[in-house]
Design a protein around this ligand. Structure first.
Ligand code: CA2
Length: 145
């Protein structure tokens, strides 16, 4: 069974509460439900987590070396700043998928740079909560599921 981990970074716990024009009305629990439904349909297991702390995300990415076959990461604002997350992802041997609700390239210039992109197989961005299901699809596909 393909083991997929989907990690979420800072402020994503606030989804659905504020900024619906940018991120939509879905909560992170809604995103999780979409991802879980897709994983279930594809016969994959899904570990879904969120943290506001960079070091916790780094610890989880390191733990994924043993626990996950593929990693999906919405690193939130750390996407644009974190060399530590970039370095941790480099040590993960399976496919990494960069995920965003919004399309950062259509937003402020400071969101155009990604430290995740250079170590990702692909990027899913701009499809809102539906992107969570698309990312699981992509990860399972890369693992042959
Ligand atoms: O579009 C995405 O998924 C982002 O990763 C979301 C991050 C943002 O910093 C990235 O540039 C793109 C922000 C996370 C959510 O932040 C919220 C803040 C207030 C209310 C609701 C969500």
């Amino acid at each position: 069974m393909a083991r997929i981990w989907l990690l979420n970074g800072p402020n994503l716990n606030l989804l659905g509460v504020r900024e619906p024009a940018v991120y939509g009305r879905a909560t992170l629990a809604d995103c999780e439900a979409l991802a879980r439904a897709r994983a279930g349909a594809l016969g994959a297991t899904l570990d879904f987590r969120q943290s506001n702390h960079e070091g916790v995300l780094v610890d989880w990415i390191q733990a994924a070396r043993d626990g996950a076959d593929a990693l999906i990461l919405n690193a939130g604002a750390y996407t644009h700043t974190s060399v530590a997350i970039h370095d941790a992802l480099k040590a993960f041997e399976g496919p990494v998928i960069e995920l965003h609700l919004s399309n950062p390239h259509a937003r402020e210039p400071f969101r155009h740079r990604s430290f995740v992109g250079p170590v990702a197989r692909g990027v899913i961005a701009g499809f809102g909560a539906q992107g969570y299901a698309l990312a699981v699809d992509a990860a399972a596909g890369l693992l042959g599921g």
